[in-house]
Structure formats: C-alpha cells, structure tokens
Design a protein around this ligand. Sequence first.
Ligand code: GFB
Length: 325
Amino acid sequence: MIDRNAPIYVAGHRGLVGAAIIRHLEAEGFTNILTATRDQVDLRDQSEVSHWFKANRPRYVFLVAGTVGGILANSTRPAEFIYDNMMIHGTVVHSAHESGTEKLLYLGSSCIYPRHATQPITEDQLLTGPLEQTNEWYAIAKIAGIKLCQAYRRQYGSDFISAMPTNLYGPGDNFDLNSSHVIPALIRKFHDARVEGRSEVEVWGTGSAYREFLHVDDLARACLFLLENYSDDSHINVGTGVDLSIRELAETIRSIVHPEAEIRWDTSKPDGTPRKLLDVSKLRNLGWDPTVTLAEGLRDTYQWFLDTESAGGSLRGVGTATSAG
Ligand code: GFB
C-alpha cells in the first residue's frame, strides 16, 4: 500500500476524472494531495511544469490532464486535440522523471485501437491497423503518451504505467452539446425537451454504433488500484467488458429523463467507430471489478445534473488544456 501521507499529484484535478480521483484519494485517507490550477501552471509549458515539479516533488503522479471532448469536438478541433495532449504528456512525464517521481499513472483512451480491431479488444492490438478518423488526432497523442511511459521505463527504469479506459461518464461531466460525449449530451437533450414541453429529441448518427461505458468513480478506484498493484511496460485496459448500442443507450436515458419523448435520428452526424469493447481480462485477473451498473450510474449522473443546475453550478466541465478528464 502506498503511504497515505506521501505527496501525490493529480494533474487535471478539475476534470471529470481528476475530480473523481481526488474524491477517492480523500476517502482513502490521503493527506498530501497536490494540485495546480491552469493559472499556476500551464501544463503545455515545459519550463513551468519543471519548475512546479522541482518545488513540489510529488512521489506519485496521476497524469489525467488533457483536452478532451466528444465526436464533434474531436473532428472539428484536431489541432487542439493533438497539440495540447502531446505537450501535456511530454512535459509531465519528463518532469516526473527529472524530479524523481517514484510512480506515475498515465491515462489514455480506448480510441487508441484500430477502427476495425477484433472485439473484445485486447491490449496487444495497439498499432495493428488504421485508426478511426473522427478522433485520430487525439488517438495519436494518446498513443504517444503510452510510448513516452514505455521509453522512460526502458531508458531510465521509471515506474510509469498506462491505463486505457473505455468511454467515461458521471458526476462532473461536460453537458455542453458542442463538446460533450454522448451520455451528458443525451441527458441534456431529453431534459431540455421535457422542461420545454417538446416531445422530439434529436440523437446523432444511426444508433447502430456500440459503446462501453464506465462510471468515473469506478475508474478512480481502478487508477489507485493500478498504482498500488500494477507495474509493467504494457498498458492495461479499464472497462466493464459490457457494451450496448447507442439506440439502446438513448432509450435507457429517455426512460429515466423523459419517457414520452420520441427519438429522431440525425444521420448527417457520424457514428464514429462501429464498436470498441475492451477485453478487460488482464485487469480482472489482477482482482479488480467495476461496481456501478449503467442504470445506477445514469440515475446518479442525472441527479448530479439536476442538483448542479438548481444550485447554479457549472455544467460545462473543464475541456481546457490542463484539467479535463
Ligand atoms: O460519446 P461520443 O461523442 O464519443 O459519441 P465516441 C458516441 C456515439 O454517440 C457516436 C453518438 O456514435 C455518436 O454519433 N451520439 C448520438 C452522440 N447523439 C450524440 C450527441 O448528442 N452527442 C455526442 N457526443 N454523441 C469519442 C472520441 O468518441 O470518445 C474521443 O472522439 C474519445 O477521442 C472518447 O475516445 C472517449 O466514442 O464516438
């Protein structure tokens, strides 16, 4: 077990994932959690990051910062997605090495795998075929992050590990329709239609794409579990091992938020990758399993949306260069 008093840095603490990791670390009794806002450190700037690491010397690091977004943001903002993420991965990994960080966990994404990967996707399918075009910029940056960790491990013996989560959702998500992922987008669309007395809700694509979803609190548990129990050159998948079609997802969210609504499919919008179900046997064999079902997680996320909206809080997440999840 990691010493609960050791300095542990969460890069990206205001994002969906980072905020969930902070909640989990606090619940686990960590007393020395380090964070830095974008005003304090621009994670794309090597000199700022090096300076911060030298001053704070974290013993452990969760590298969960990045510019993130759904299918539309990925396809329309390719420069931000590749530049911000490549820079952030590079500066943080390098500074962690320079300042003697004992262990670092880097978080990637299931979009690193080829568009036509064999399902469920095992870790060894990385770099075996062409990527999905709607998110290849982000995927290339995420693959570079894995390779960075491997390179520092090989050349310097750094204990830097990589976890590849499936699609995430949960409290603290981004509900802005131009940049969000599908779950917050559909919660927002069905909710707004109900409140405004509309019965028709537009959902993108054909509904035939399949996606696997992991609640962010489960991901946070998995991240700490891996930091404490995993040390290897190879990245490791993190998911539930179960997926569903976007049509089934839309119907499930409709039943929770606005059961009378009718769904209209906007087929001018892309489906993206047809399926990306992760093979999670490697993680299961280490003894980790998710705990939140999709039905529970969707209810919990909708409740968070309602509570935050009525309290006047932010529903836009933090899709910026230092703090997204
Ligand atoms: O969540 P999403 O944007 O991410 O879209 P991806 C998942 C599926 O939901 C796609 C459909 O088939 C979308 O067409 N969808 C339906 C919608 N209605 C909506 C809507 O209103 N908003 C959104 N956003 N989708 C992202 C990647 O891909 O997943 C990233 O772009 C990253 O690189 C992330 O890997 C986890 O799964 O398609």
